[in-house]
Design a protein around this ligand. Structure first.
Ligand code: CP
Length: 339
């Protein structure tokens, strides 16, 4: 990324941030630039208030720690305010549709972030809302996690290796986090592999998105149950094996399918042959199921940096979709240049 303060896109090309497939590589790199510039500026003790008097409505149909806290703290750090509209706290789901909720929130708030059970809900919310809508995770994808994850990958790139030669291996089930990681890494021209049981591989819809990215940006996309593909991995990524959307399958069924072959432990990391391999997890983790304590808490883990980068990403998204990315980049550039 040549000039760290100059954006290719001065204003968002889309009203909403629902699916990174709608954004090209240069737009995603703009978001990385804004996010990391704000992070470095705030970490150096500076403050910003460009979102003063702006309000973010946060709708949650499910629990959240990282998404909830990072959006609320991100709004506050940019001078704005966030409203936590948890299940049962508003009329949504009881007497009011998501579309009608969108109409009302659009009249009172400047942006909406929503975590929904079904992707169709976020699409309806965006259609009916006149203000930007940010997808805080659906059953289809998790784009704010994608942005935080690609920032983490850039932060921990192997020394001297061009980022488009990076190899990222997701171990486990084709969760929406797996799909999202595939979408963003292939958008960056990286090499993506899902290593898991064949019945749990990413479906053709997702793989077609990955293949289109590979055609446009280079890199590769594979699904496999062959551990040979772990060799040379720069990043190993895990997510929980059960309990998010598939709440019906008993735990022992999942455990039989994934354990021990797909548990990220010291032996699996050794199969990469890379002494500097990094371990990532979107969290929350089911410790000693998909990942052992020794890996999550060990020297290869960047999972806590990754969690912190959820805040890095949210500030960038809030600045960009809140329409203040350009002035913020100008403030940061002027400070760097001593103006
Ligand atoms: N990774 C993630 O989205 O975490 P939360 O469910 O805690 O928001």
């Amino acid at each position: 990324m040549e000039n760290p303060y100059v954006l290719t896109h001065k204003v968002p090309t889309h009203k909403d941030f629902i699916d990174t497939t709608e954004f090209d590589q240069s737009e995603m790199l703009d978001l990385v630039k804004i996010s990391t510039a704000i992070r470095d500026y705030i970490k150096s003790g500076n403050t910003l208030n460009n979102l003063y008097h702006k309000n973010l409505a946060m709708l949650f149909e499910q629990k959240s720690t990282r998404t909830r806290v990072s959006f609320e703290v991100g709004m506050e750090q940019l001078g704005g305010h966030a409203l936590n509209l948890a299940p049962g706290a508003i009329q949504l789901g009881a007497h009011e549709t998501i579309g009608d909720t969108a109409e009302v929130l659009s009249r009172m708030c400047d942006m909406i972030m929503a975590r929904v059970d079904r992707h169709t809900s976020i699409l309806e919310l965006a259609t009916r809302s006149t203000v930007p809508v940010i997808n805080g995770m659906s059953d289809y994808n998790h784009p704010t996690q994608e942005l935080g994850d690609i920032i983490t990958i850039f932060d921990h790139l192997p020394e001297g290796k061009p980022w488009n030669q990076t190899k990222v291996v997701f171990v486990g089930d084709s969760t929406q986090v797996c799909a999202s990681l595939m979408m963003i890494t292939t958008k960056m021209g990286m090499n993506f592999i899902q290593y898991g049981p064949p019945a749990k591989w990413l479906n053709d819809h997702y793989l077609q998105i990955g293949r289109a990215n590979v055609q446009q940006y280079g890199g590769s996309v594979h699904v496999t149950d062959n551990p040979i593909y772990l060799e040379g991995a720069d990043f190993i990524y895990a997510d929980v094996w059960y309990g998010l959307y598939d709440k019906e399958t008993p735990k022992d069924v999942y455990m039989r399918e994934f354990y021990p072959k797909y548990q990220v432990n010291d032996e699996l990391l050794a199969l990469t042959g890379n002494p500097n391999v990094k371990f990532m997890h979107c969290l929350p983790a089911n410790r000693n199921e998909e990942v052992t304590d020794s890996v999550l808490d060990g020297p290869h883990s960047v999972a806590w940096d990754q969690a912190e980068n959820r805040l890095t990403a949210q500030r960038g998204l809030l600045a960009y979709f809140g329409g203040v990315a350009e002035p913020i980049m100008e403030i940061i550039k002027n400070q760097k240049e001593g103006k």
